[in-house]
Design a protein around this ligand. Structure first.
Ligand code: DGY
Length: 319
């Protein structure tokens, strides 16, 4: 009998083709996030689950799948939606999709940074509102990047790709998290404490994964430590930032602005953020290019195919 592969949401055809070679693919009819009870029902009898970042995959979900479950392949580099230790206890492998989304996410990070510092959203809204305007030297001034300092929290693959882009714009780089000597040489990046990063950076960009240690890493105190001319960019996971504290800090002018691609209670957005002009918002688009999403889905499918064929997964996650 062919093994059951549950794909929780539509994925590109190329990836489905790989999965169909490996087993019997089940896809939901409607293209929306499955409710928890729908997910538990769907995985019944699955040998593999291809999950999305909005699917909570934990012990009870693995138990609902049954003892035949061998692999959960998350179509994302982040895997905070998966209880990896609970799955390991049940001998279920977990995989993710590192590498293939690095450049797309770094591009989006830099797009937010530029949109924010050059007030692109505000300008666009002004014109669409058909407001009168005329060129003058003091009109809608933003902030240049040359010679400014970018503070990167988490200089992994994506953080490094962002730093490369920042160097091309003439920015200096400081970073905190884990020390990386190769990046220091390539990017002339300086390893500093988080406190020094927050107090000195002109732009703080978050690239650490969401873990119990990084939840609300950027809270009222951290925001209060930032310069009031500084910008915050978050393209990692929403809960790394205390969104209510961020809305307060922005309203009080404690920081100059924020560019956010991810949200604490996704897909909800803290309503006060929606009313602020010094905020640029995108709906979790970091990896959203045709090429990248295809690569991500293909990588997840190849991980499933490898495990079901009795081979080692390409991108195992260790909890
Ligand atoms: C990831 O892969 O973790 C991203 O958030 C999805 O683009």
């Amino acid at each position: 009998m062919r093994m059951r592969i549950v794909v929780t949401r539509r994925i590109p055809e190329a990836a489905l083709a790989v999965l169909r070679e490996a087993g019997e693919v089940w896809l939901p009819e409607a293209d929306r996030a499955l409710e928890p009870d729908e997910l538990r029902k769907a995985v019944d009898g699955a040998a593999a689950v291809v999950s999305m970042l909005h699917d909570r995959i934990d012990g009870p979900v693995a138990d609902a799948a049954g003892p035949g479950l061998r692999v959960v392949a998350n179509v994302a580099v982040g895997y905070d939606n998966i209880d990896v230790p609970a799955l390991a206890e049940r001998n279920v492998l977990v995989t993710n999709t590192p590498g293939v989304l690095t450049d797309a996410t770094a591009d989006l990070t830099f797009s937010l940074l530029l949109a924010l510092t050059r007030r692109i959203g505000e300008g666009d809204r002004l014109l669409r509102a058909r407001e009168p305007w005329s060129f003058h030297l003091g009109f809608m001034l933003g902030s240049g990047l040359q010679g400014k300092t970018l503070g990167i929290i988490g200089l992994g693959g994506i953080g490094t790709a962002v730093a490369r882009r920042a160097r091309a714009f003439g920015m200096n780089i400081v970073y905190s998290g884990r020390s990386r000597s190769a990046a220091e040489t390539e990017l002339d990046a300086r390893f500093v404490s988080r406190e020094e990063l927050l107090t000195t950076a002109d732009v703080v960009s978050l690239h650490c994964p969401l873990t119990p240690q990084t939840r609300h890493l950027i809270d009222a105190e951290a925001l209060g430590a930032m310069k009031n001319t500084a910008y915050l960019i978050n393209t990692t996971r929403g809960p790394v930032v205390d969104e209510a504290a961020l809305a307060d800090a922005l309203r009080r002018g404690e920081i100059a602005g924020a560019g956010l691609d991810v949200f604490e209670k996704e897909p909800e957005v803290e309503p006060r953020l929606l009313d602020l002009d010094n905020v640029v918002l995108t709906p979790h688009l970091g990896s959203a290019t045709v090429e990248t999403r295809t690569e991500m889905a293909l990588l997840a499918a190849r991980n499933v195919a490898a495990v079901l064929a009795g081979e080692a997964p390409l991108n195992p996650v260790r909890g």
